[in-house]
Design a protein around this ligand. Structure first.
Ligand SMILES: Cc1cc2nc3c(=O)[nH]c(=O)nc-3n(C[C@H](O)[C@H](O)[C@H](O)COP(=O)(O)OP(=O)(O)OC[C@H]3O[C@@H](n4cnc5c(N)ncnc54)[C@H](O)[C@@H]3O)c2cc1C
Length: 388
């Protein structure tokens, strides 16, 4: 028998986070609108008092030590407000960077970079995407890091780097190995400090969605010299380690999108004439939740999870768009106005189908895995949910 009961200790955290979002975050969000940074300090203090700080980090890093399933439950509540993940210190891209530093950082890197992040004293960013290449295919990335004595010199341009303005440091993907190395072993991760004279934020790119702290920026690395200690993991491990970060990070996005989509249940209930829209949204939410929870359970259980994360990334990001669109339609001109958060969620939802891999790329990977499963095992079952 499959038991979907939420373990009591996780249900307790989920309920406390839900109450925190409802009582503390949503009233502040209504007041602050998109000016989130001005309200953060008091919300963060409240989150610490409520014992909800750093849900994703282990206790030795002042966290709650939740696994991926626990984070799925918590993030679904946090997704109700763009402010909520910031309040608990588990917002993108810092949450993923914290996981990466925990997983791959040396003791010194953890103290220098993870410690201030975990304490909420600084922000960070993750710099992979480049403007002039199709970054969905990361083996096209052009930023290089050349050996220079004991250290490295990085050169290149990155863009759409969330949080880059004012970030204390960036985790940068750069090419270090020549064409003799297999394509996926040519790239390496570096920790580059924001104060490095070779790291320059050129501009914040204007976007259709909500402005986030530090913006989405264009960045230039010009003879950016770093020491040997800037290397995160070993040379050539950049993609391997990025997957450590991006797999759970994609799921974390999907979890938050569910929270955003769920928020519209309440105003919609009043509109009985559009019951069919509600039904469609409820069914999609149900499917989204099952996908996310199953993906989280697979990660926590040490099972292969990449296909399930791709399912969740595509399905939930697209369902979010449809659900928000229906909600806006139902609310008519009020939905289109700035008096409700719907128009903002509508704009934000559009990006979800692009970042952390566009839907098309995930579909291509999903199809490739289906074909491989059929060729290897005579059935697509293992690549279509692997449930029984
Ligand atoms: C709000 C936002 C925040 C972001 N934050 C960050 C960040 O912090 N750090 C970072 O490094 N990046 C970030 N990005 C960048 C994001 O991850 C990339 O935009 C994304 O990976 C796609 O890469 P690209 O823009 O180069 O598109 P391209 O690779 O040029 O693709 C363009 C389009 O072509 C199609 N396509 C591409 N490849 C295929 C394929 N194989 N098969 C079929 N169709 C295909 C898709 O429709 C795709 O949307 C962010 C983007 C957004 C919108």
């Amino acid at each position: 028998m499959i038991d979907f009961t939420i373990p009591p200790e996780l249900e307790d955290v989920r309920a406390r986070v839900a109450a925190f979002v409802e009582d503390q975050v949503l009233p502040v969000e209504t007041r602050a609108g998109s000016n989130v940074e001005s309200e953060l300090a008091s919300l963060r203090a409240a989150a610490r008092r409520a014992g909800l700080w750093n849900p994703h980090l282990p206790p030795e890093w002042d966290g709650l030590g939740l696994g991926v399933l626990g984070m799925a439950l918590v993030s679904q509540e946090l997704g109700a407000s763009a402010l909520a993940p910031f309040a608990l210190n588990c917002m993108a891209p810092d949450e993923g960077n914290m996981h990466l530093l925990l997983h791959a950082g040396s003791e010194d890197q953890r103290e220098r970079f993870l410690r201030p992040l975990a304490e909420g004293r600084v922000r960070s960013c993750f710099a992979m995407t480049e403007r002039d290449v199709a970054s969905s295919d990361p083996i096209q990335l052009r930023t290089t890091a050349a050996r220079d004595g004991n250290g490295w010199i990085l050169d290149g341009e990155k863009w759409f780097i969330t949080g880059a303005e004012g970030a204390a440091f960036a985790i940068v993907v750069a090419k270090t190995e020549g064409d003799e190395a297999p394509p996926r072993e040519r790239y390496t991760l570096f920790v580059v400090e924001g104060s490095n004279p070779g790291w320059r934020v050129v501009r914040e790119i204007p976007v259709m969605g909500t402005q986030v702290p530090g913006g989405h920026c264009e960045v230039r690395l010009e003879r950016c010299r770093v020491g040997a200690e800037a290397l995160l993991g070993a040379p050539g491990q950049g993609f391997l380690l990025s997957q450590v970060r991006l797999g759970p990070a994609r799921l974390a996005h999907a979890m938050r999108w569910i929270g955003t989509a769920q928020r519209f249940g309440k105003p919609l209930v009043r509109h009985e004439a559009v019951a069919w829209m509600l039904a469609d949204s409820a069914m999609e939410l149900y499917a989204a939740r099952l996908m996310v929870l199953n993906g989280a359970w697979r990660i926590d259980s040490g099972k292969e999870f990449r296909q399930e994360i791709a399912f969740a990334k595509v399905f939930v990001s697209e369902a979010l768009g449809r659900i928000v669109d229906r909600a806006l339609q139902v609310c008519g001109s009020l939905g289109y106005s700035g008096d409700l958060p719907l128009e903002r969620f509508y704009r934000d939802a559009r990006a979800a189908r692009i970042y952390d891999g566009p839907s098309e790329v995930h579909r291509m990977v999903i199809a490739r895995n289906l074909a491989r499963a059929f060729i290897e095992r005579g059935s697509t079952r293992g690549a279509a949910g692997d449930l029984a």
